[in-house]
Design a binder for this molecule. Sequence first.
Ligand code: DAH
Length: 347
Amino acid sequence: MTDAPDILSPDAMHSILEDIETNAFRRIGEAAGLAELEPLRIEYLGRKSRMSHLLRSLGGLAPEDRTRLGARANEVRKRLEESIREKEAALKKAPPKQALDFTLPGAPVPRGAEHPITRTIHEIVSVFERLNFEWVSGREIETEFYNFTALNIPLDHPSRDAFDTFFTRGGNLLRSQTSTVQIRVMEKRKPPLRVVAPGRVYRPDTVDASHSFMFHQIEGLMVDDRTTFADLKGVIHLFLRALFGETSRIRFRPHFFPFTEPSVEVDVSCFICRAEGCSVCGQKGWLEVMGAGSVDPAVFQAVGYDPRKVQGFAFGMGVERLAMLRHGINDIRLFYENDLRFLKQFA
Ligand code: DAH
């Protein structure tokens, strides 16, 4: 058997031309780039295309069919060639369409991070939370009663100076210590109480490397019917060892605060030199980190508690100071300048 040349019938030629008319021109028009145009040219005009097949088959047709279909086929072929040429020219002129490259890295989204002060507050509070203390907050704008009088700092007492602050005309002031929150909490609740109160405080200090007119404190208060100074020592020990390391030693020095009696200042052995003496502790071997004491009966009286039935302890610490000690920061102003070179070190 020989391969008979596949001769197309006039009907078959007719439908090929129809198909080209309806599809080829549309597809050429839609080609989005030269790479899409070339396959179309091959499909419709190439040596193996149906058009070539058709032209080759014309010789086998009856003369009248040959003239009619030959003319039509040639006309369609010319138009196809023209259409491809025009499209090619247009694509070459048009700016190349930007192809999407999914392998390129995305635009970076900068990640935020906690400010070192916020982070220090969270670290400190989380230690107290493990001891069942609850995070509470007070107000930054206060009255004289909460910042002074209720905390056993009478108008004529010299200890007012230590807690001096900014006053407004309307009789309000910016709190100069978070001890105000002791009063706010005890006014509202009955013992037993275990709270810590982080927040901002304000003082009319001249700004320098270790002073700021605004800084942060964390206040602590525990009250029930038999909380003693021994409990204070236990809690402070646990807290400072969690913060400065389990081998830290802790020292209580007698001091005066109006709202506690007895009052102490608490030192932790220098975690840099292990109490040998270095520049961080000023050759002392010890770092002063907080004030504390047993709640003064006068404070209980101010909030309507019966001092014969309740007892408790309170403490207060400066957040900036603790953050500076732990991270070796030598200027308090760095916390407030929003300099990313500084802040990124804590991200
Ligand atoms: N309020 C004190 C200050 O600003 C810190 C303080 C000391 C708070 C002793 C206390 C405390 O609760 O018992 O310097």
